[in-house]
Ligand binder design. Structure first.
Ligand SMILES: Nc1ncnc2c1ncn2[C@@H]1O[C@H](COP(=O)(O)OP(=O)(O)O)[C@@H](O)[C@H]1O
Ligand SMILES: [Mg+2]
Length: 316
């Protein structure tokens, strides 16, 4: 969890029709609260409050942009609102459901369906072994159904990573946090602090944003699957373009995942965007094709995990 020096809204605070119950998350970009609606249903509310651009003082509810950042703050605010509007049009079980969004306290709020579960990041770290191939194929096939819908709506997510994928209690995935998607809406305006995540962002997110496309989210999907295997953050694309010392999944995951799956992961993480699957549909087709039986659990115990742990030190 990133450090946020800003104050959250107080517990019990009445925000229009909603009552704040608890802070779920305090990131550098926003707060996420657990709240209840007038019908006593539980919802999650995300509040736009980028630490770098605005402050809320203790005991106050109003958000005040810092003088030099007021242009960027307003631009971000507008984009957050647009993000809410775009997401509100998407009704898919694997995409976080936006119920409402509104302005208050000089900022913007996005009310979402509250999802019970844990992030894929927590899921990965709570196991001592790589996520199983069956789990990975199932979760990603479902997640890609949602992502396909996002791309159909001409949105790119641009921050797919284990922390932004929620695994519900029934095991189904839901894609959260479209905080970076808004940045594709109008690139001519002042930039917000970049919100991409090293290790998961494709090279074009650092170098040439004109090259962004569905294949950019596909890189992040590949990097997320790679981290399911290694339980670590992949080498950042900005490093890989200088000197690519990343060990391919095909080499690292031998005897853990099928060759077919490992090749898909490496293919998604190709530095050249043209070498990756060009659409979610193409990726889904290859994920569903040639599904081999996963290597036996017994095989896994014979030191393969140790080998990986030895090769990688950084945890996600
Ligand atoms: N709809 C939701 N239901 C339950 N928890 C949520 C929901 N949205 C966000 N969260 C929690 O808040 C955290 C941060 O949300 P996210 O949208 O990723 O914001 P940020 O921009 O701060 O990363 C998530 O990892 C999750 O724990
Ligand atoms: Mg997030």
């Amino acid at each position: 969890m990133a450090n946020n020096q800003n104050q959250s809204l107080p517990i019990g605070y009445e925000l229009q029709d909603y009552k704040i119950k608890k802070v779920l998350s305090a990131g550098g970009f926003s707060f996420v609260y657990l709240a209840s609606d007038p019908g006593k249903n539980t919802v999650a509310i995300k509040e736009y409050l980028p630490t770098a651009l605005a402050l809320r003082k203790e005991g106050d509810q109003i958000v005040v942009p810092t003088a030099e950042a007021s242009g960027s703050f307003r631009h971000g605010l507008k984009s957050f609102f647009e993000e809410g509007r775009a997401l509100a049009n998407i009704n898919h079980r694997n995409i976080v459901r936006v119920i409402n969004f509104f302005r208050a306290n000089e900022t913007v709020y996005m009310v979402m369906q509250y999802e019970r579960g844990k992030s894929l990041q927590e899921y990965i770290l709570s196991h001592n072994e790589p996520v199983s191939e069956n789990f990975l194929r199932r979760v990603f096939t479902e997640l890609l159904n949602g992502l396909r819908e996002v791309h159909t709506q001409k949105l790119l997510h641009l921050d797919i990573k284990p922390a932004n994928i929620y695994i519900r209690l029934d095991g189904s995935p839901v894609l959260l946090d479209f905080g970076s998607a808004r940045q594709t809406l109008d690139d001519a305006l002042p930039r917000l602090p970049p919100s991409y995540t090293p290790g998961f962002a494709p090279p074009e997110q650092y170098t040439d944003r004109k090259l962004l496309g569905p294949w950019s989210d596909i890189y992040s999907i590949g990097a997320t699957m790679y981290s399911c295997l290694t339980r670590a953050t992949p080498l950042a694309a900005s490093e890989r373009i200088k000197k690519d010392t990343m060990i391919p999944a095909e080499k690292l995951g031998k005897d853990i995942y099928s060759e077919n799956l490992l090749r898909i992961i490496d293919n998604c993480m190709a530095l050249d965007h043209l070498e990756r699957p060009q659409s979610i549909y193409a990726l889904q087709k290859s994920l569903q094709k040639d599904i081999p039986s996963a290597p036996q659990a017994e095989d896994r115990k014979h030191g393969f995990i140790d080998k990986i742990m030895h090769l990688l030190q950084k945890e996600i």
